[in-house]
Design a protein around this ligand. Structure first.
Ligand code: SF4
Length: 783
């Protein structure tokens, strides 16, 4: 925690500088790039029935898209407008009317013919619904009926058989806080949130390395830093306005380095609509791109450190910050010894980069006096995600890039609610204000006035799998209460997830729209509850950005879905029905009362109680966490950790596969074409030389498969690292094994090895595939 305060938005240098232009040809004519004006017109057309309300949401609300953070059209980084097509695309979720009755109550199989994009476009969920197995349609029920059914189920199962989940789509801190509290009030710690499948390793790693669970710095620290590294992050696509901050950084001489298996077009060149010279001539963003193997980042970072130690042998002080290391870290000797023992050949093989290339980045970082590391799913979604992030922390600490201006480590978040969800305690490992430790449990019990269950709750993936346990197992998940989320389209092995969802006795989907998971049968009943958006909630709500800014989003006047309720109010109502005698412990009269309690429950959030009007914002923790190198660890020092190179799980001739996002917001698809490379959702990005060795032509039908599944796609030649292919997410989830979780943070592994073949070859030889699987089936027949 630091004393320095963020100074608010700064002015952007706007005099054109041709040095950064992509080309003097205006508007990138002839290039593949997003069409911002066309997309904006399309959104206006979609919202034409509710334009004044849509405008009020944009000008007064806090964006419910990504977690870059903006209130109205102003952010805390740069003066000037802040708006992007991601926000415009999700706008319709807030302005559309209810689903038509005849559509909502049609045969379930008719609804099942639609994909989630079609279901989303039907409109808002209008009232509570129920559907039991064998029933062909959703039936309208009252709120009382729905909540009584839920309360009965909670009373009749072991609390360990209840699991709750909250997505990050527009949910406010107030709802996360009440959900976390209600879960414990009902006796369960099985509560989890969407960060489990995106940034949970960031929090776990930063906590063990630096004692923090969030970005240590601000976006303003990018601007004027010597070097800004994007590691496994396509911020230009997922947090589009970040390109404006990148532009500002470049104008101040910052070098931008991108590390990714694919030479990401959007991080190479971008046309920033709100900056005239960039909108016209584009901005060259990346100064250099390192195309690392999927899963090769740990080796790459060990290589960087190894070269630093070699430089130090020749000239002490030429690469690392000895003062910072001596005064503020533990574990230097062990880390140095570990890294020095690594062989260059192993580092090159694992990273896919030559020693010379690794040394190049090592030298650039060595010369830099300041630096910021930004990362995303390219580092977190691995079975060694926590180790990946601790490596980033190692680099930052060795350079002293922590706790001061233009320096820091930043897990950039893609969802507006995801930073606050854990901080509010909607997480099995976290309670408000800290971890699930006896000390914090006792503190929170004093705030809440009731006992918190002491057993360790499950992560959401395990909870879902626990639906398959025998009926009498104490952890068999019998009731699943999920706010948003579409597990069929976010978790590995969708077919298995569907079986699990069907096994749950009572499934409750609290949401604003239907998705494919909502339509899956449950063993006894599916309930669907209509939730309010963040803009409809009485008393407004708050949401926390990547840079720890807590923004207030007011209630905005406009049309309402008559029966939709604030999510915190629904949780509270359920709790009161389960334990009417103790309802005084869980009752809130207003959102303000919740904020008052958050300020006490999570002392870092002291200040949230004062947020009342549009534009109100505060940053918890000050401008820099670990300011002046002092970390909130027990001894005040950061921990340098030796990290092993992960085992390679790819045999000769196979490819690593990872997933990529196109024109989408999380699993919501907004366009079948990726605006940055013109790829379709089933295109497989493959290196041209690799494809030629397999006699695969551009555009040819191919099959990507392994023992877990098969994806029928089309070859799209792309500048990817050789032997690395990319498929779109979530379509590619069929290739990912189920049940492989990172051991510290529980994120599912989203990368694996695959075989790529021409479809013709695959089908001609398909009787020879899956030898292992056939034997397994034979064994089952004989027993
Ligand atoms: S960049 Fe993110 S926070 Fe900013 S407008 Fe777009 S979606 Fe919203």
């Amino acid at each position: 925690m630091g004393n320095t305060k963020h100074e608010g938005p700064m002015k952007l240098e706007k005099t054109p500088d041709p040095k950064h232009w992509v080309s003097p040809v205006p508007f990138g004519l002839g290039k593949i790039k997003p069409k911002h004006i066309r997309d904006t017109m399309k959104v206006m057309w979609e919202n034409k029935d509710n334009l004044p309300y849509a405008t009020r949401i944009l000008t007064k609300g806090v964006c419910d898209g990504c977690a870059l953070g903006v209130s109205g059209l102003q952010d805390q980084t740069l003066k000037g407008p802040h708006l992007c097509t991601t926000r415009l695309n999700v706008l319709r979720l807030n302005t559309m009317p209810a689903i038509k009755e005849e559509v909502l109550h049609q045969d379930i199989d008719e609804l099942r013919k639609m994909d989630s994009s079609d279901l989303r476009k039907l409109g808002r969920i209008p009232y509570p619904l129920s559907r039991k197995p064998g029933e062909r349609q959703f039936k309208r029920i009252s709120w009382d009926e729905a909540l009584d059914k839920m309360a009965d189920k909670v009373k009749n199962i072991d609390p360990k058989q209840l699991a709750m989940f909250l997505t990050a789509r527009g949910i406010t801190n107030e709802s996360y806080y009440v959900a976390g509290k209600v879960a414990r009030f009902l006796g369960t710690n099985n509560i989890d949130n969407a960060s489990r499948i995106c940034h949970s390793p960031s929090k776990t790693a930063l906590s063990r390395s630096l004692g923090i669970g969030a970005s240590s710095c601000n976006y303003q620290d990018w601007i004027g830093s010597d070097v800004l590294v994007f590691w496994g992050s396509v911020a230009a696509n997922n947090q589009p306005v970040s390109t404006k901050y990148m532009y500002a950084a470049k104008r101040k001489g910052t070098k931008i380095i991108v590390i990714n298996p694919y030479y990401e077009p959007s991080m190479d060149e971008y046309w920033i609509p709100s900056i005239p010279d960039s909108a016209l001539f584009g901005t060259k963003i990346a100064d250099d791109v390192y195309q690392v193997n999927i899963g090769g980042d740990i080796a790459f970072m060990n290589g960087i450190m190894k070269h630093w130690f070699e430089m130090e042998e020749v000239q002490p002080g030429s690469a690392i910050d000895h003062d910072f290391i001596n005064e503020h870290t533990n574990g230097f000797t062990e880390l140095k010894e570990h890294v020095e023992n690594q062989k260059w050949s192993d580092l090159e093989q694992s990273s896919g980069l030559s020693k010379e290339r690794i040394e190049e980045l090592a030298m650039l970082l060595a010369k830099s006096k300041s630096g910021v590391f930004v990362w995303s799913m390219g580092l977190t979604q691995h079975r060694f995600g926590t180790d990946n992030i601790s490596q980033v922390a190692n680099l930052a600490m060795l350079k002293g890039f922590i706790g001061r201006e233009n320096c820091g480590v930043m897990p950039i978040r893609g969802h507006s609610g995801v930073q606050g969800s854990g901080e509010m305690g909607a997480d099995p490992f976290v309670l408000p204000g800290g971890g699930f430790t006896s000390e914090n449990i006792e503190r929170v019990e004093n705030v809440w006035g009731f006992d918190i269950p002491k057993w360790q709750g499950d992560i959401v993936g395990e909870s879902i799998e626990h639906a398959m346990l025998p009926d009498d197992h104490e952890r068999k998940m019998k009731m699943f209460y999920t706010s948003g989320g579409n597990f069929l389209e976010t978790m590995p092995d969708p077919a298995f997830i569907e079986q699990c969802l069907e096994e749950v006795e009572l499934r409750v989907h609290q949401d604003i729209i239907l998705n494919t998971s909502t339509l899956v049968d449950a063993k006894e009943e599916v309930l669907v509850l209509p939730a309010m958006t963040r803009y409809e909630q009485p008393g407004g709500g708050t949401s926390t950005s990547t840079e720890r800014m807590v923004y207030f989003s007011p209630e905005i006047k406009g049309p309402r879905i008559e029966e939709a309720r604030a999510e915190w109010d629904i949780y509270m109502d359920l709790a009161k029905r389960v334990k009417p005698d103790e309802k005084h412990l869980i009752e809130y009269e207003s959102a303000q009362q919740i904020r008052d309690e958050i300020a006490v429950g999570n002392p870092k959030y002291d200040g949230i109680q004062h947020l009342k009007d549009q534009g109100d914002v505060f940053q918890w923790g000050g401008a820099w966490l670990c300011e002046d190198g002092v970390c909130p660890t027990p001894d005040g020092r950061g921990n340098l950790l030796p990290i092993e190179i992960p085992e390679h799980r790819k045999t000769e001739g196979r490819f690593y596969v990872t997933t990529r996002r196109g024109k989408q917001f999380n699993s919501m698809i907004y366009n079948e074409k990726d605006p940055f490379n013109n790829a379709s959702r089933y295109d497989v990005l493959i290196n041209e030389d690799d494809a030629k060795k397999l006699e695969i032509q551009e555009g040819e039908a191919i099959v990507v498969y392994n023992q877990y599944g098969k994806l029928n796609g089309y070859a799209k030649f792309a500048n990817t690292r050789s032997e690395n292919v990319l498929v779109y997410w979530p379509e590619g989830n069929v290739l990912i094994p189920k049940g492989v979780y990172e051991k510290y943070a529980g994120i599912p592994e989203y990368n694996t090895a695959v075989i790529v073949e021409r479809a013709e070859t695959f089908h001609a030889q398909k009787d020879m595939k899956y030898v292992e699987k056939r034997v397994e089936e034979l064994e089952m027949e004989t027993t």
